[in-house]
Design a protein around this ligand. Structure first.
Ligand code: HEM
Length: 217
């Protein structure tokens, strides 16, 4: 069975339903690569999940929306590879922007900056256009536009009117990674949270999640 998921530009792709998810959701259980991972290591990481370099580049198109914290790319602005200077692959425009939004020393706030520097709230291929111009915010974003393993894929996406379809296909493949089977996990009512569990508290039936108050029995 499948349902449709809508991108912010009104394009649709079908996602498979009935996937079982874990009953516990903890950031500490998630294995995600660092923003400084090399393209080669990243292709190996995606391959370990049965995803090709092509899937990887389309999926990184997920960075067409959302933001990253300055602390995760500050080295690229002020001390790239311990050189005391910026990452030479960063465009002069982006360098000025990021220096403004991410001061070298900020003791309290960890500001954020959009991963797609031009249209951060639209799912479009502007992320790919921008990384080709040196406007990749994370190191991995910039590197996929430059590395021999992936730069042709990025080039093709920039000129691809079917970007949305292929992005959707890669998302469906991602949804098939390490699926729980049989009695493991649960099908979530809302994909963002583990299901609430009923229990009796103070004589009344209440519903809880693992971290709700009152805590689960
Ligand atoms: C090599 C693979 C990847 C790396 C190294 C990576 C790294 C990152 C990092 C460092 C951030 C910023 C997080 C923060 O500031 O707390 C981020 C944000 C984000 N990533 Fe990725 N990512 C990868 C793949 C993906 C994929 C495959 C998707 C989705 C298909 C994705 C979607 C997002 C989104 C939507 C955000 C913004 C989150 C927000 O605004 O709160 N990323 N990523």
């Amino acid at each position: 069975m499948s349902v449709s998921s809508q991108t912010s530009e009104g394009k649709w792709y079908h996602v498979e339903t009935g996937r079982r998810d874990g009953k516990v959701s903890l950031a500490s259980n998630v294995s995600l690569p660092d923003a400084t991972i090399s393209v080669f290591d990243s292709t190996k990481f995606f391959a370990s999940k049965n995803l090709t370099p092509n899937d990887m580049v389309y999926l990184l198109g997920g960075h067409t929306v959302g933001v990253a914290r300055c602390s995760l790319f500050k080295d690229r602005i002020y001390n790239f590879n311990k050189t005391g200077g910026p990452d030479p692959t960063m465009s002069p425009w982006l360098l000025v922007e990021l220096k403004d939004k991410c001061p070298r020393i900020s003791l309290i706030f960890d500001n954020t900056y959009p991963l797609d520097v031009k249209t951060p709230s639209l799912i479009d291929n502007s992320y790919f256009q921008e990384i080709k111009k040196g406007n990749g915010v994370l190191q991995i974003d910039q590197q996929i536009a430059l590395n021999e393993l992936t730069k042709n894929i990025v080039h093709d996406i920039v000129n691809d009117p079917y970007f949305y379809t292929k992005f959707g296909e890669a998302m469906v493949k991602l949804g098939r990674v390490e699926v729980l089977i049989d009695g493991q996990g649960e099908v979530r009512k809302s994909c963002r949270v583990v299901n609430k569990k009923p229990f009796i508290f103070g004589g009344q039936q209440v519903f809880c999640t693992t971290f709700s108050c009152p805590p689960c029995p």
